[in-house]
Write a protein that binds this ligand. Structure first.
Ligand SMILES: C[S@@+](CC[C@H](N)C(=O)[O-])C[C@H]1O[C@@H](n2cnc3c(N)ncnc32)[C@H](O)[C@@H]1O
Length: 238
């Protein structure tokens, strides 16, 4: 089995316990990180219409927030679609959001029309995409000129001081144990810290986004930089 297929299989396996494990390992903080990303973007579309695609949507947490928070900013959602290659994750999402639209597809080939969305979000997903540059090129294809890509991701930061030491200890040792206890899947939650370790640091990821036609507008670290939000505007076609 190819590396990417194995990753998707792993998400199929942990899908039923994903939400419970996610809340526990992020100590519930992930919801506030997601909400901040939605707020920043929706405030740009106040009293306007927008089409939003959430790629690597998993069990649909970002979709739910886009849907609920848009009303508060008076943003009319012309389209809200969740995209993920894992049928298991999509099944969980459909249980929670029966009325929303989903597509079983990958970040590298979303099946969306050219320049059809105003916003493309991907939360804790890009690290799992083996052909990452191909996916960023795909994002450039489907996002309208002047539209936005929103990435939330766990990122590596250079070690500095005691807080960072304990943060890294939590991510590498405590978090996999909690995930394993809830999901009964050791491999999946050992994969989490190793995939963070293998992902780019913040500056390298910014450069990659820029090469793919996006200009950085906001980069913000949350909770001692455990998680980073990247908001980038499409400024050129590839
Ligand atoms: C850690 S989960 C994040 C799910 C959700 N976005 C969230 O924030 O909870 C990662 C997701 O990435 C998906 N994924 C893995 N490889 C992918 C790919 N090549 N393209 C798109 N999604 C992918 C998995 O199926 C999984 O649902």
């Amino acid at each position: 089995m190819q590396k990417q297929e194995k990753i998707v299989e792993m998400f199929n396996a942990i899908a039923p316990t994903y939400d419970k494990a996610n809340r526990a390992i992020s100590l519930g903080l992930d919801t506030s990180w997601r909400k901040t990303a939605c707020q920043v973007i929706l405030s740009k579309f106040i009293n306007r219409e927008a089409s939003i695609a959430d790629v690597a949507c998993g069990t649909g947490d970002m979709l739910g927030l886009w849907h609920d928070m848009a009303k508060g900013f008076n943003v009319k959602l012309n389209r809200l679609v969740g995209i993920d290659p894992s049928s298991g994750m999509l099944n969980e999402a459909k249980k929670k959001f029966a009325n929303l639209e989903f597509i079983e597809a990958s970040a590298e080939n979303t099946t969306l029309e050219n320049e059809s969305v105003d916003v493309l979000s991907i939360s804790y997903g890009i690290r799992n995409v083996v052909e990452r540059v191909k996916a960023l090129e795909e994002f450039n294809r489907v996002v309208k000129m002047g539209g936005y890509v929103v990435v939330l991701e766990f990122t590596k930061t250079p070690k500095k001081g005691i807080v960072t030491y304990f943060r890294d200890l939590y991510v590498s040792k405590v978090l996999p144990k909690i995930g394993e206890m809830i999901s009964k899947n050791k491999e999946a939650y050992e994969y989490l810290p190793s995939s963070i370790g293998n992902f780019l640091d913040t500056q390298s990821f910014i450069k990659e986004l820029e090469k793919c036609g996006f200009e950085m507008e906001v980069v913000k670290g949350f909770s001692f930089d455990v998680s980073t939000m990247f908001i980038a505007k499409k400024v050129r076609n590839l």
